[in-house]
Design a protein around this ligand. Sequence first.
Ligand code: M6R
Length: 369
Amino acid sequence: DKGGWSSFMAKEISEEPEAVANTVRGRVGDDGLVHIPELEGLDELFGTISRVVVVACGTASYAGMVGKYAIEKWTKLPVEVALSHEFRYSDPVIDEHTLVVSISQSGETMDTLMAVKYAAAHGAKTLSICNTQGATIPRESDAVVYTHAGPEVAVASTKAFVAQITALYLFGLHLARVRGTLSEQALAENIAQLQSVPDKIAEVLTQQDEIAQLAHWMSDSRAVLFLGRHVGYPIALEGALKLKELAYIHAEGFAAGELKHGPIALIEPGQPVFVVVPSPRGSQTMHAKVVSNIQEIRARGAKIIAIAEEGDVAVLPFADTVVRVPLAAPLFEPLLAVIPTQIFAMELATAKGLDVDQPRNLAKSVTVE
Ligand code: M6R
């Protein structure tokens, strides 16, 4: 039931604040720190792992890429993110000290299931992050942390993505507490950040009409580029994937630092480019570098849509449009910056008269390898 919304996708985007809040619920103890009940009894195991390998496909893999930055920072464990199908056939180096974390909304993606089975057969411990109770992948894993995004019907993943990042962050904070790699204060500050995300997403959602106008303006574009850096990089990849899936427009996401190594050759007058701008409060250097990328492509005629935090005036002279997101600690910015890209893809597909819930050639869950 679309509950009065024009599409399941529109409904599911509107549910993103709850998807995050419900995923956090029940996982913060009386001490104000993260205790994931499903992971109780695994402290000893978590003490012995020496690395984490995340396996996933599509949008779930981009959630994994975001999670890598947080888990490495908080636990000091090396985290590698692999596409499930590449992992499975790459003769990966894994042993009993490797924790393989799979991410899957459906829990039925065959590529990811095969990666999990392979990992288990080669001695690794497996943990799954899944949105579907009792699905095959969690059943095949040693442990599971469910995302509580609620059923996702639209083929394009939206609320499951923010719930996956949320679950990865909860897992990272749980692991950091068990392994003693973060102070209680830092653990508490990070969970407070996560708890403030739902209201901030709700604020971003109020800009739907402005983003819809942007989509109308770009409905004839033949290609759209997305740039991001650090945690903004997976958001650039995700924004591009959403646009391909829904609007059948050629779209590419790039690491902003990679521009001069090739992609800048694509910039010609009128080329729309979304830029995920990192907060200057995180790293001034990274912020300055992204602003300088914007200047470079603007000088070559690109049309810039900057996704930047409130109050960041450095982007104003160069951006054609600025979509604002509320202030958040840098690691939490992707949970906000992704929302405008999802709305944009949905609105652009709608402007082109396409079915946003059921794009051509795609299935909600890919149960063949
Ligand atoms: O159910 P899963 O999370 O395992 O699905 C993985 C991908 O097939 C999925 O995220 C796909 O990329 C979506 N259609 C993206 O919108």
